[in-house]
Write a protein that binds this ligand. Sequence first.
Ligand SMILES: [Zn+2]
Length: 168
Amino acid sequence: MMDVITGAFGGLKTAAELTQGLLALKTDAAVSAKVIELNGVISGVQQQLFTAQADYSTLASRIRELEAEVANFKNWEEEKQRYQLHQLAPGTLVYRVKPTMKGSEPDHDLCPNCYEQGVKAILQYSGYEKGHKSFSCSRCKAVFLGEMPPSESFVELTSTPWEFDRGY
Ligand SMILES: [Zn+2]
């Protein structure tokens, strides 16, 4: 963009010199030729300014995007402090809201994959899988298995034994 602006200034300098030169000319034909040359220089300057304006708009919108990204990043840096690693079941870690930080919100867990990517994605209960309660992330589709509840799995297995045969 600086090249364009430098070019525009150069064009204006040439136009000023041409205007000065007009005063010294003696014939109408010579004046006409200089006016045509002057018009050419002016339209060149206009073109360069249009280009500079378009470049400026592009840069300004990019700056707004980056400012929004920085703001999101700062918000997340604050928000992530509300959560800590929690073992949902042996070998299954999620981020759970700290009891002291949850305020009026219910207990909830965040997807650890999305957490590492700077995105808050709340895990939702998604039924039973292999006898475990499962929780899934709607964003990255990861599924996390909770502990098998002893009483509930007992009821399930005794009431529907055919499920057990099928590996449930
Ligand atoms: Zn996720």
